[in-house]
Design a binder for this molecule. Structure first.
Ligand code: ADP
Ligand code: ZN
Ligand code: ZN
Length: 695
């Protein structure tokens, strides 16, 4: 007998095909079973979405399922629920989110290939457990762990850099894994390359207990085969720990018992294309769905999470998380003293003030290391001609191309367009074209000049290195450079925010931040939050070795034209709470998130007016609904970088005091937008970004 089943396949969000498709099969399959189905002229992977016979459709000629990927458990009901929620919340199709959450290779396997794959031997679980020496917990760590064991959470672990948060994750994980021999835990990190220590520490702790195969990673750096194998290890329950980036929030883990989100404030938890989900927010939802504890950890929490962890008040959102505090550094390592250099009192065009240079020399002389942070890569952001005013604009974008001296190229960081630097000004022929402003590449060069005469204790020249997206483009290069730093083969490390993240540099005693002022007056209301967090993170790289910081008190230097700014005052006190309350007060007064909820609708078109016309037409269409649900829809505006790769970009902000009303509005409006699209042929694509991070 033939049954009709609902099968979810990957349909593009805008294809107009609704949700699950109906196929026939000679038996009923459990919901969550993976199948192969014909779709148009191809065959594709599908997920059985409901085990009941689909509503019988008699008027259609239905096609049959061509294969079942059997011999493994179906995807779980909570997993399917998570996917449905994510699709609905971020205004995408369920099929898109569901299939994107599975490894690519799985999508291409035939049933025969699948069965061969399953037959291959997997790492055996035969492993003799050996013991691991655990450090004695500090009182703060013990207190926090007691709270985790006795409360439901979700938790926001607010702990200084070096306060021992990772040890808390490890202990909480171990407790769960020991209590239930099947339990699995999910640990999420922003960018795996930047936090290699975390993976190493989880391995060192748990491999002796349960073997190497107990932990798998999930991130975009894996080969398709690795991703497939790791996914399968998680899905079958063989892997007890999954450590991964944002995509790991969708890992199929049938025995999930704990979720940890490290550095929860990090913007890379937000997916920036397709379904623009926040993996942190989905982790909270998943925890709720599966009755699993969630621990968010950070030294500088996002203001959303900070607000959610405030004592319950009348204010929406407050009281949702339990805030756990770990203010002290392990071994009483002191946080660096913050010194501000007032650049108004320095000679014009000073890059390194003399007192900072002197401090750097002293550190290097004592065999210590220095970090110099400048969040702009390349040699100079613009090349210009003083005679005629020509600037190195990108012909395809409304942005300047960045001068990279190392290969004498002008490269657009938005569309990738690159050309050799012209010999003379392309506009007037002047031979004297020069860089304007500076990036890390120039900083490294300039520093080498300034310290040219300076010698290390053993008499050699000072060793300067640079880490940024350019210096680490080749595979393995970042690891190598970090290893040099750890081995003490570098005295001064220049870099972008890449050097500020979780590295445990033991001999860094001075961190300098150059030119942070841009973010103080940015039009993006989240810029100060990001800057504060970056500077706190960077400061946290210094003084991680308590012995070192006793003999040589560590320091963070900030060169700024606004030394009195409240942000730097709070930084000086290492007072995140004060900074957060200030910011939240401003946001409350301006009705900004977390006190309101936002979405952006973006449109790309051949002309700016076509993009804006589409958005404004959509706005008119939504008028009555917006009034009814008390949603504000603002007029369309060009995006900050209006043109990228010859595509004009516009956006429109949607804002509401209620998350629920906003959701209701978006789901109704979205359907209208799909139909409207036909009348706007010049629109290349459009998308909704719910809870956008950059406006
Ligand atoms: P965080 O994750 O908060 O930055 P870590 O967990 O990395 O802090 O801890 C900082 C350092 O202190 C690490 O080298 C870690 O091994 C060590 N550490 C953590 N907890 C303890 C403890 N209870 N006793 C001794 N050393 C500890
Ligand atoms: Zn010129
Ligand atoms: Zn460009």
């Amino acid at each position: 007998m033939s049954h009709q089943l609902s099968i979810m396949v990957h349909t593009p969000a805008h294809s107009g095909i609704g949700e699950a498709l109906t196929y026939t099969h000679n038996e009923v399959l459990a919901a969550g079973t993976l199948v192969r189905v014909p779709l148009g002229k191809r065959e594709t992977l599908g997920i059985t979405w409901s085990s009941n016979d689909a509503a019988p459709q008699t008027d259609l000629k239905l096609r049959a399922i061509t294969g079942v990927l059997g011999h493994v458990a179906p995807l779980s009901a909570p997993w399917m629920h998570l996917v449905e929620f994510a699709a609905r919340y971020y205004q995408r199709s369920v099929g898109e989110v569901a299939l994107a959450a599975l490894p690519n290779q799985l999508r291409a396997l035939t049933s025969a290939q699948w069965e061969r794959k399953l037959k291959r031997p997997t790492p055996t679980a035969n492993h003799t457990a050996s013991t691991v020496n655990l450090p004695q917990l500090t009182p703060e760590q013990s207190e926090v762990l007691t709270q985790i064991q006795t409360q439901r959470g979700p938790f926001l672990l607010f702990g200084n850099t070096g306060s021992g948060k990772t040890e808390v994750y490890l202990r909480a994980a171990q407790a769960v894994l020991e209590q239930d021999k099947q339990a699995q835990i999910l640990v999420m990190v922003p960018e795996i390359n930047l936090t290699p220590q975390l993976e190493a520490r989880f391995k060192a702790r748990f491999a002796p207990l349960w073997g190497d195969a107990c932990l798998v990673t999930m991130h975009s750096g894996l080969t398709p085969a690795q991703r497939m194998n790791h996914w399968l290890a998680a899905h079958t329950g063989r892997a007890r720990i999954v450590l991964g980036t944002r995509m790991a929030v969708f890992a199929s883990m049938p025995h999930l018992k704990l979720i940890v989100v490290d550095e929860e404030h990090d913007p890379s938890y937000k997916q920036q294309e397709g379904a623009r989900y926040s993996a942190r927010d989905l982790a909270i939802y998943r925890g709720h769905l599966e009755h699993v504890q969630v621990i968010l950890g950070s030294a500088t929490p996002s203001l959303e999470s900070w607000h959610h962890s405030r004592a319950a008040t009348q204010e929406e959102g407050a009281g949702r998380y339990v805030r756990l505090l770990m203010p002290s550094r392990i071994g009483d390592g002191a946080l660096p003293a913050v010194r501000r250099v007032d650049m108004n009192h320095q000679p014009r065009h000073t890059i390194f003030s003399e007192p900072l240079l002197q401090a750097m020399r002293e550190r290097v002389q004592r065999g210590e290391q220095v970090l110099v942070l400048l969040n702009r890569r390349g040699y100079a952001p613009v090349l210009h001609c003083k005679d005629c005013g020509w600037k190195s604009e990108c012909p395809h974008c409304s942005a300047y191309r960045v001068f990279h001296k190392i290969d004498r190229s002008l490269r657009c960081h938005h569309c990738g367009f690159a050309q050799a630097v012209p010999r003379a000004c392309p506009s007037c022929g002047n031979l004297d074209i020069s860089p304007l402003g500076r990036g890390t590449e120039q900083l490294e060069e300039h520093l080498a000049e300034l310290l040219g005469d300076f010698k290390r204790p053993e008499g050699q020249a000072v060793r300067i290195a640079r880490i940024d997206a350019d210096s680490t483009r080749l595979k393995g290069e970042l690891d190598r450079q970090l290893a040099d730093m750890h081995a003490g083969e570098v005295d001064i490390l220049v870099g972008t925010q890449m050097i500020a993240k979780g590295h445990d540099f033991r001999r860094v005693s001075l961190v300098a931040a150059l030119d942070p002022d841009g973010a103080l007056f940015s039009s993006d209301f989240r810029a100060p939050e990001r800057l504060f967090s970056l500077l706190m993170q960077a400061a946290g790289r210094a003084g991680r070795d308590a012995n070192l910081s006793q003999t040589s008190p560590c320091e963070m230097w900030v060169q700024t034209f606004h030394p009195q700014h409240a942000l730097f005052e709070a930084l000086k006190q290492h007072d995140f709470a004060r900074f957060a309350e200030q910011q939240l007060q401003e946001r409350r007064e301006a009705n900004l998130p977390p006190f309101s909820f936002q979405a952006l609708v973006r449109a790309d078109a051949k002309t700016q007016s076509a993009a804006q016309d589409f958005l404004n037409a959509a706005r008119e269409l939504a008028d009555a609904l917006a009034v009814q649900l008390q949603v504000d829809v603002y007029p369309a505006v060009p995006m900050t970088i209006q043109r990228v790769a010859n595509v004009e970009r516009a956006q429109m902000l949607v804002e509401c005091l209620s998350r629920k009303a906003l959701q209701q509005f978006l789901s109704q409006w979205q359907a209208q937008l799909h139909t409207m699209r036909a009348q706007h042929k010049q629109v290349i694509r459009w998308a909704i970004d719910v809870d956008p991070l950059a406006i």
